[in-house]
Ligand binder design. Structure first.
Ligand code: ADP
Ligand code: MG
Length: 699
């Protein structure tokens, strides 16, 4: 059920509870902002005054002459619950709790916060915060923050978990003249979280781009569900802080949020098409470009410059960003050759030389923009006495208008001056000193165009034997055995993941018998919950002649018993001997925020050394499974390089898809490794398995 946040985001009347007449107090700064920005009815609530800044002041919420759309609360923490209750009784459905002293401040604060959650539920209140800077809605002209600066109107909706970051962004955005549709400080997210605002911003016609600074996500599944839909409509750009381990700890002590692991966030964002910014600069570079520019049809970039060095740097950046340096059509090349001086470079990057005046620059830009093989253009320039920045800006603004293609520029100069900057801003052309940043501002457009064109797919139904897996897991729980391995290989076959032929033998005699049906040579592996890395422990024998299996099994067990006197040796797994192949690892770990996180990579015994792995949040569609396999650096090895045959990729992708189904179906599988899956040109086959079963229901 979606919440209606219109009363919060577009209020028609506002009360500030705890408004103060004492300069320096938050209640003063806040009320002053509200009173000076909002043209609708405003009340102050404070028993000390009858009037404040020319607005009526009443002693309590109960005394308000009408229920307002939005109550902003700035009273001390211990009084907040009482005020929220009064709001509920008064029929006020939207409340922003500015006050701190809740979950972020320890046990007592956490208790107070639970009380707020309970009240909000009982009275169906949209409660923002607590512990927030406030919110701004430029559409209704409301600044309900205590920040020294408000926001200019614009098309970016911004939300932030850090209130301090909100103030910094407001300050900087003012100077940059970057405007916002909405500006929301999320604070402790006790009731309203990023998910509710994502939906609300998606529906707001004023908002073109949604930008968020997040330290943690409250409900990973809800985020994925919502963000997936929203990101197809409008770009969603997120700066997720708490990437490094040390950073993650700082986050949890800061707002009381447990930050999930970085790989999980990365994978979840990729799954939904959320664009991740690595830092503040990227966050707003992306936001600006996405808000102001059209989307390109492809990734081919044309570069125009009057300075060789800038062109070289831009070319490097285009390649670094994974864009393509466009190849011009013959017609464009011919026209450039006709029109540009002999010494000019007419191939991309087009260098029209330092003596170029405005007409030459204009002609080059127009020819490049007009080329059908060019999807986007980076325009460059170095300070030149014969060409003003305003002239350059005007040429680019005209080209943007005429060709409708994304454009970014770098004039590699200090000050461009008011006129040039105004023209560029008016045309929505991102301008940077650094050509690399100009290329990056285009890359994000190409990335988002890709998000938009992605098919709306999901996991497909697969024929699987749920019951077989359920039995294995129930047995493990009944016998209190959390660590399972090869003896439970049938869970893989039950989900259609091919496994090597073999079986579990409790004794060496049975191992000998089992070996008979498995070929001339077999592989022996110890089965023990206490031995995790079997080959490291000397618990794997590859290529044992079938006739010597019993004898070898005795020897293996005896040696292990000597080396690991305490270990419980359950028996042996006897497996067919497979030819050498590519070894990959396929596994799953549960992330506290996003749930089952599938890992795929080059595997075998060197997985920790290679560290070539990629992650995705289960369950996976066939396309996502394929994306995961393609996502590792070593993918060319799997595809086949230098005349070596590749592996059976469709079979591998299907195994990934099926494993993702298995772990999504059985939340009691806490962790799992298939290492390795042996891959061949015509099949893939799992030869090792290890997993942990959560013993408690629901963990
Ligand atoms: P562990 O990972 O516990 O050491 P594995 O079962 O993964 O034990 O075996 C270790 C290595 O032995 C594998 O990475 C693989 O190279 C090789 N191996 C395992 N099983 C087979 C098999 N059936 N045929 C051929 N080689 C195998
Ligand atoms: Mg292994």
């Amino acid at each position: 059920m979606e919440r209606d946040l219109s009363g919060l985001l577009f209020p028609r009347s506002v009360a500030v509870v705890g408004a103060s007449g004492t300069p320096g107090k938050i209640g003063h700064a806040l009320f002053q902002n509200v009173a000076s920005s909002f043209s609708g009815p405003v009340w102050a609530v404070n028993p000390k005054y009858r009037e404040l800044l020319g607005r009526p002041c009443v002693p309590s919420v109960a005394d308000l002459p009408q229920p307002v759309d939005l109550a902003v609360i700035v009273v001390p923490a211990e009084h907040v619950a009482g005020v929220v209750r009064q709001c509920g009784e008064r029929g006020i459905g939207n409340v922003a709790v500015i006050s701190g002293g809740f979950k972020e401040s320890g046990e007592e604060g956490a208790r107070r916060e639970r009380e707020l959650v309970e009240l909000a539920r009982r009275y169906r209140i949209n409660l923002l915060g607590p512990n927030v800077l406030g919110l701004i809605s430029t559409r209704v002209g409301l600044n309900a923050t205590f920040a020294p600066r408000g926001a200019l109107p614009g098309d970016i909706a911004f939300m932030s978990q850090s209130g301090a970051f909100c103030t910094s962004v407001l300050d900087w955005a003012w100077q940059e003249r970057l405007g916002f549709s909405h500006f929301v400080s999320l604070g402790n997210k006790a009731v309203l979280t990023e998910v509710e605002f994502l939906s609300a911003f998606a529906r707001d016609p004023q908002t073109r781009v949604i930008v968020a600074y997040l330290e943690g996500i409250s409900d990973g599944a809800a985020f994925i569900r919502t963000a997936r839909e929203v990101a197809r409509e409008k770009p969603v750009v997120v700066l997720k802080a708490g990437r490094a381990e040390a950073g993650a700890r700082a986050v949890s002590s800061h707002t009381g949020t447990m930050a999930g692991s970085d790989q999980a966030y990365e994978a979840a964002f990729r799954k939904c098409g959320v664009i991740r910014a690595q830092n503040v600069e990227e966050l707003f570079d992306y936001a600006y470009s996405l808000a102001k520019q059209p989307l390109p049809r492809g990734r081919r970039v044309g570069i125009v410059t009057n300075a060789g060095g800038a062109g070289v740097m831009a070319t490097d950046a285009v390649e670094w960003e994974g864009l393509e340096v466009a190849r011009f059509s013959e017609a464009t090349a011919r026209r450039l050759a006709e029109r540009m001086p002999k010494a000019a470079n007419i191939y991309n990057p087009v260098d029209i030389l330092a003596d170029a005046r405005a007409d030459r620059y204009r002609e080059a830009v127009e020819l490049v923009c007009g080329d059908p093989g060019v999807d986007m253009v980076v325009a460059l320039s170095a300070p030149a006495p014969i060409l003003t920045y305003a002239e350059l800006a005007g040429i680019l603004a005209d080209a943007r208008e005429r060709f409708g293609k994304p454009l970014s520029c770098s004039f590699m100069a200090g000050e461009l001056g008011e006129e040039a900057e105004g023209i560029l801003r008016g045309a929505g052309i991102p301008s940077f000193f650094d050509p690399a940043r100009a290329a990056r501002a285009l890359r994000v457009l190409a990335d988002y165009a890709r998000v938009r064109s992605q098919p709306r797919d999901g996991p497909r139904p697969l024929p699987v034997d749920r019951e077989a897996v359920r039995q294995v897991l129930a047995e493990a729980r009944a016998e209190d055995r959390p660590q399972l391995g090869l003896e439970a290989m049938e869970i893989l076959s039950a989900y259609g993941i091919p496994v090597a032929r073999g079986g579990f033998a409790p004794t060496p005699e049975e191992a000998g018998e089992l070996a008979r049906g498995l070929g001339e040579q077999v592989v022996l592996k110890v089965v023990s919950p206490d031995i995790i890395h079997k080959s490291d422990a000397g618990g794997v024998r590859v290529g044992v002649p079938a006739g010597e299996v019993e004898e070898e099994a005795w020897r293996l067990l005896r040696r292990l018993r000597e080396r690991f006197p305490g270990a419980h040796l359950k028996g042996l797994y006897v497996q067919e001997l497979l030819p050498p192949g590519r070894e990959v690892i396929l596994g799953m770990a549960r992330d506290p925020t996003f749930g089952p996180l599938i890992m795929f990579g080059l595997g075998g015994i060197h997985v920790e050394v290679l560290r070539d792995v990629a992650f995705a949040v289960a369950p996976l569609s066939p396309r996502e499974a394929e994306g995961l396999v393609r996502g590792i650096r070593g993918y060319p090895i799997l595809r086949g390089v230098r005349g070596e045959p590749g592996v059976d990729l469709p079979a591998l992708v299907e195994a990934v898809e099926r494993l993702s189904r298995l772990v999504a179906d059985f939340p009691e599988i806490a962790e799992l490794d298939i290492n390795p899956i042996m891959c061949y040109p015509d099949r893939v086959v799992a030869v090792d398995l290890r997993f942990t079963v959560a013993m408690e229901e629901g963990t």
